[in-house]
Design a protein around this ligand. Structure first.
Ligand SMILES: NC(=O)C1=CN([C@@H]2O[C@H](COP(=O)(O)OP(=O)(O)OC[C@H]3O[C@@H](n4cnc5c(N)ncnc54)[C@H](OP(=O)(O)O)[C@@H]3O)[C@@H](O)[C@H]2O)C=CC1
Ligand SMILES: [Mg+2]
Length: 422
């Protein structure tokens, strides 16, 4: 990104100018277009076809579930019934049994190789908790439009990216670990797939699309990608929710975050959960750093100056050596990165959370993190990453694994006696 002999600051100024002129040029109209597009998409893709509801209420077991899954296979079905697109009410759709949906996914995937085995590593804490742990999943699921149209995964066969099957691999991963909270990036099938299905599994979801998603440049895209946050309604009550458009040096950027304060129904304890996806690519390190500072500032306010325990999940697009990582590690919010606990000394991040082969060559990086308030929360266990052997020579995504990023899953518990120093 940087030319030899060009000072980094000069280049960064150019980036800022690009960013500034980009937004000045298009933001005036984009804000308006964005909100129109957002509501258009909500209307277009919410599962409002009453045929689905009728099939669901008539059917039982597998056939009923197959209908639920099959419905999401063809999002264009909604457009055949435009008269039914007006009043979204997916909350009243019939619940789905996760085991039966998992069977349906496996039936769709019967020609694919079996799922990789990943084990939870027990991280034995001295803080036994009387309440069940809170399982959090962080995952950049790979936007369908980017995977097919922009990412240039040169060793991944196009058949491995077919949405009808890749969707089932993503659902299988979620259903296998059954997180209480799900933090996703690169979601470009929220309204037609994840919101309807996960709401029927008992989750409450929030989606915040990127204002100018690169997915929109891809032919036959399914709308913008963005961050999505889901939590199980039987475990948590939503206290407040904020959709944050990240700024860099006061300029609005194309990156977003969602932060929600939840209350555990069992323990009545509150905590804040946030999800983000920072700017990608080499050369944008200072931009990411500024976005991280903005997110930390927002989280300071939302957690009332670290009074409320915090979990932040994200694809930070930054290695641990980057400034934005250091800001999080040294923040007054007192955060630790959960996956460091898998290392022998508890101080090192995993060697990779994403591994792919692009035209530019092999890209193996640690970019995804789950940060948590280290004085208020403990990590009881964490899902181990895939080995190099499991990932295979063609890397990710593949017929076995649907994204170029690995899911991270942790079980958290509240420390029994908070010392007030979150
Ligand atoms: N119409 C207009 O006037 C303009 C439009 N744009 C649009 O904005 C987009 C940039 O949006 P922005 O949010 O900043 O996107 P980012 O640069 O943050 O990246 C977008 C996606 O590209 C993936 N990515 C990262 N590295 C590469 C790579 N080397 N090759 C291919 N894909 C990669 C990232 O995946 P991961 O996070 O997994 O690494 C990420 O999801 C442009 O692509 C363009 O579509 C931009 C300027 C002007
Ligand atoms: Mg990506």
């Amino acid at each position: 990104m940087f030319l030899p002999g060009c000072p980094r600051d000069f280049f960064f100024s150019l980036q800022s100018i690009w960013c500034w002129s980009f937004w000045v040029d298009i933001l005036r109209s984009t804000e308006e277009r964005f909100s129109k597009l957002y509501y258009h998409l909500r209307r277009k893709f919410l599962p409002l076809d009453p045929c689905t509801q009728i099939v669901c209420s008539m059917g039982n077991g597998t056939s009923r579930l197959y209908s639920a899954l099959a419905k999401t296979l063809n999002s264009s079905a909604a457009s055949q019934h435009p008269e039914y697109l007006v009043s979204p009410d997916s909350e009243h759709l019939e619940p789905i049994d996760p085991k039966e949906l998992l069977e349906e996914c496996r039936a769709v995937l019967h020609t694919r190789p079996p799922r990789f085995q990943r084990d939870f590593v027990d991280l034995r804490t001295d803080c036994p908790s009387s309440h069940p742990p809170i399982r959090v999943m962080q995952w950049n699921i790979l936007a369908q439009a980017l995977g097919e149209g922009k990412d240039n995964f040169v060793q991944c066969p196009v058949e491995a990216l077919k949405w009808e099957e890749r969707k089932c691999l993503i659902l299988e991963e979620i259903l296998a670990y059954q997180p209480d909270i799900l933090c996703l990036q690169e979601v470009d099938h929220y309204f037609d797939t994840f919101q309807p299905l996960l709401s029927r599994l008992g989750y409450q979801g929030t989606f915040f699309p990127k204002p100018w998603s690169p997915c929109l440049d891809v032919e036959h895209n399914n709308g913008p990608d963005g961050c999505a946050l889901f939590f199980l309604q039987n475990r948590f009550k939503l206290v407040n929710s904020a959709n944050i458009r990240l700024t860099a040096m006061t300029l609005k950027t194309n990156q977003v975050a969602i932060a929600q304060t939840l209350e555990c129904k069992e323990s009545s304890r509150q905590f804040c959960i946030a999800v983000t996806h920072l700017k990608a690519r080499t050369g944008w390190e200072r931009f990411r750093s500024a976005q991280g500072c903005d997110l930390l500032q927002n989280l300071q306010n939302i957690t009332q100056g670290a009074k409320i325990p915090l979990i932040v999940c994200g694809d930070f697009n930054a290695e641990p050596t980057e400034e934005v990582y250091k800001h999080f590690a040294s923040s007054s919010l007192n955060l630790n990165s959960a996956y460091k606990l898998l290392s022998a000394d508890g101080q090192s991040e995993p060697p990779y959370t994403t591994w792919k082969i692009r035209t530019s060559g092999e890209c193996r990086h640690t970019l995804d993190y789950i940060w948590y308030s280290k004085h208020a929360l403990s990590v009881k266990s964490a899902l181990d990453l895939l080995t190099e052997e499991q990932i295979g020579p063609n890397r990710l995504p593949s017929f076995n694994y649907p994204s170029d990023h690995l899911s991270l899953v942790c079980d958290f518990s509240f420390n029994e006696e908070p010392d007030g120093l979150l």
